[in-house]
Unconditional design. Structure first.
Ligand SMILES: Cc1cc2nc3c(=O)[nH]c(=O)nc-3n(C[C@H](O)[C@H](O)[C@H](O)COP(=O)(O)OP(=O)(O)OC[C@H]3O[C@@H](n4cnc5c(N)ncnc54)[C@H](O)[C@@H]3O)c2cc1C
Ligand SMILES: Cc1cc2nc3c(=O)[nH]c(=O)nc-3n(C[C@H](O)[C@H](O)[C@H](O)COP(=O)(O)O)c2cc1C
Ligand code: FES
Lengths: 320, 304
């Protein structure tokens, strides 16, 4: 293992971050940049792709009613008590501060409140939490397989691979139901040009991207996993030198895990569960896992044992 | 600020509640665990329990439902793997005990009664009794007497605290039954059974369908129940009460003390702020200074 693959020695804490910027990048997608200074800057310096933070959005106000989409108006009235988990899309380590970037989708009371954060606002953030993606030795080809909002930790991973694992060639596969559901900044300009794309989020690291939409409005018509299968057939990389990293809806993760197993390719999945604490004390976030060498299963905690798991461990379901 | 709790002398009046503080090492990264008055483990059962499918939790207004399903490693592994760590704590360690029938509870307590570093037991009587058609131990006076007496005999001198469920019509009747059968202390309240429906799928949100409601939403009811049990049962018999239910800050905690609690426990609030318990302790100290109160014990039951 490389030194940078180990989460040892990292100190987590309940820190205060300052909002650097918060802007809308699509229908329901926003980008929030958080600055950590002092002790927090040190703690977050080693934040690894796939790790996450717990954000306290309870103190932020709701947007005015007329700005809340009709479908969210009822849920908006719910009070927020618990924190919400988010991964980072990017990490910028500077001399005196560390800046983390969050890409979020507005789906309920906490994310609605987050849209009201303004530069300079303080916000409580617990982190770094969980275990990130690992890069085993000997890998030369990485496939980053994105389902919708699952792009967040994979963008951070792309940066890490580009800077710290130059021996690896990475290719990106992004899937969503429709073009509009793809959470990328400038997708509209790029979307109609055939199968290979330059998603700026990944092309800035020199990675080629493929898009798949269930309804065929852009790129490959079908599931992203079929697109990955086709690519593997055409490029046939050596299985033992190849690794798949994936994050997205559980059905997609399950399909990807199955494909990877058939092709004997290592696969790491980033799982999502409803979380209360995020630090391993409440047991809310159970992920059913196989017990090695037996037919039995056990629950492991998404927040503490994951959120990144080896795909062979996980018994996929419809849970959340 | 030290306080007495039954026969124990504790370093503080704030504890962490069962099922909300792991096995102590996790929260230790956020606060000095030695400042806690007491630490209560997740419910421990005789056999390991995997727990329920997910979703196991759902947030509600000012609260949450949980249906973890008593997931725990079982008493044997608990003794091997967790007790050595817990025994090093300064806080009084209580093992919360759960089971399906009285014999299960007794077996767990038997195995732990001689173990050093454990101050006592908290009896989780909010579980259904399989032998008696699923009736909850803590809702039937006779059953509660029976289980308390059996646990007391097994505890071999260690402190026995019975954790009352709020899902009863007369909580004092249950409190009296527990004390008469040998409980050295009472803790209240456990969660309220509740349900949240997903109107899109027309199913309950939790895989278990129902779950226990905790958090600020239950606090006023908890304060009332503590006050009632204090006045009607605990005060005259000198039985200490560990008050809990929705405590988020020092003001909340002081409400419980004034209502009759000798110490308080923090549960759900630790999820939002892992260092809640010590922050609350500091706040109580400031309150005492401001009020010219010399010892926390002076607050217990000082409601006018
Ligand atoms: C490790 C991890 C990393 C995450 N990273 C990101 C990220 O980078 N960007 C992002 O936009 N979101 C991310 N999420 C999801 C994010 O936490 C939720 O969208 C957020 O909590 C929603 O809060 P809310 O109050 O706005 O909506 P809520 O009302 O809480 O949720 C809206 C809907 O989403 C469902 N939901 C909520 N939380 C979860 C969950 N954890 N798993 C499955 N379904 C859920 C609810 O059932 C509900 O239908 C992540 C989740 C986890 C566990
Ligand atoms: C996630 C969770 C798990 C819990 N597990 C247990 C348990 O195993 N045994 C028990 O007696 N009480 C358990 N409780 C109840 C708490 O100990 C406490 O009585 C209750 O939550 C009220 O306090 P609070 O509002 O401060 O959380 C649990 C509560 C929560 C939220
Ligand atoms: S969210 Fe509490 S244990 Fe994972």
């Amino acid at each position: 293992m490389y030194m940078d693959e180990m989460d040892v020695g990292q100190r987590k804490g309940d820190f205060s971050a300052v909002v650097a910027s918060n802007r809308r990048i699509g229908d329901t997608f926003w980008k929030l940049r958080l600055e950590f200074g002092g002790e927090a800057a040190d703690a977050f310096r080693t934040f690894r792709p796939g790790q996450f933070v717990q954000i306290d959005a309870a103190g932020a106000p709701l947007p005015p009613l007329e700005q809340i989409p009709e479908t969210l108006q009822d849920t908006a009235e719910r009070q927020v008590m618990l924190r919400r988990p988010f991964s980072f899309t990017d990490l910028d380590v500077q001399k005196r501060k560390t800046v983390g970037e969050i890409l979020y989708c507005v789906v309920g009371p906490a994310t609605l409140r987050m849209t009201m954060l303004r530069p300079g606002d303080g916000i409580a953030v617990i982190g770094p939490l969980g275990n990130g993606f690992r890069v085993p030795e000997g890998k030369r080809t990485a496939l980053l397989v994105v389902g919708g909002m699952g792009t967040a930790p994979l963008q951070h991973l792309a940066r890490h691979l580009a800077y710290d694992h130059k021996e690896i060639d990475a290719t990106v596969f992004a899937g969503a139901r429709t073009t509009r559901a793809l959470p990328f900044e400038r997708r509209q300009d790029e979307i109609s040009q055939g199968l290979g794309f330059a998603l700026p989020e990944f092309s800035r690291y020199g990675m080629e991207s493929f898009i798949a939409t269930d309804n065929g409005t852009a790129g490959f018509h079908g599931f992203v996993t079929d697109c990955v299968g086709k690519w593997l057939d055409e490029n046939h990389p050596k299985p033992e030198n190849t690794i798949v990293y994936t994050c997205g809806p559980e059905v997609m993760l399950a399909a990807m895990a199955k494909l990877a197993a058939e092709r004997r390719i290592d696969c790491q999945v980033s799982m999502e569960r409803r979380m209360a604490c995020g630090i391993g004390v409440c047991q809310s976030c159970a992920v059913e896992c196989r017990v090695p060498g037996s037919n039995e299963t056990m629950y492991r905690m998404c927040c503490k044992d994951g959120p990144v798991f080896d795909s062979r461990e996980v018994v996929f379901g419809e849970h959340n | 600020m030290s306080v007495g709790f039954g026969g124990l002398r504790l370093g503080g009046c704030v504890w962490t509640a069962s099922g909300t503080c792991g096995y102590a090492d996790e929260l230790g990264e956020f606060m000095d665990m030695d400042r806690l008055g007491g630490f209560i483990t997740k419910s421990i059962t005789l056999e390991p329990r995997k727990g329920n499918a997910t979703p196991r939790i759902v947030e509600t207004d000012s609260g949450m439902l949980n249906a973890i399903g008593l997931a725990n490693i079982g008493v044997e592994r608990f003794i091997e793997e967790k007790v050595p760590l817990l025994a090093k704590m300064k806080a009084a360690v209580f093992v919360n005990v759960a089971g399906r029938e009285i014999d299960d509870y007794v077996a767990v307590i038997d195995l732990l009664a001689g173990v050093e570093g454990i101050a006592g037991f908290e009896l989780n009587v909010s579980c259904p009794n399989v032998k008696r058609g699923g009736i909850t131990f803590g809702t039937d006076v006779g059953l509660l007497r029976e289980i308390t007496a059996a646990a007391k005999a097994a505890a071999a001198g260690k402190m026995l605290m019975v954790k009352l469920t709020p899902s009863v019509t007369n909580v004092s009747e249950m409190a009296a039954a527990a004390v008469e059968a040998g409980a050295d202390a009472l803790s209240l309240i456990n969660t309220f059974t509740a349900m949240v429906v997903d109107i899109e799928t027309r199913r309950p949100v939790l895989a278990n369908r129902t779950g226990g409601l905790s958090g600020p939403a239950i606090k006023p009811i908890a304060v009332y129940m503590v006050n009632r049990v204090y006045n009607e049962v605990a005060k005259e018999r000198g039985i200490p009460i560990l008050g809990m239910g929705g405590i988020r800050n020092a003001s909340d905690a002081v409400e419980f003390l004034l209502a009759g609690a000798t110490a308080v426990a923090v549960g759900t609030a630790s999820f939002v702020r892992p260092a809640s318990a010590v922050r609350i302790m500091d706040g109580i100290e400031r309150y005492c200074e401001r009020m010219g109160v010399g010892a926390v014990a002076e607050l217990t039951g000082a409601l006018l």
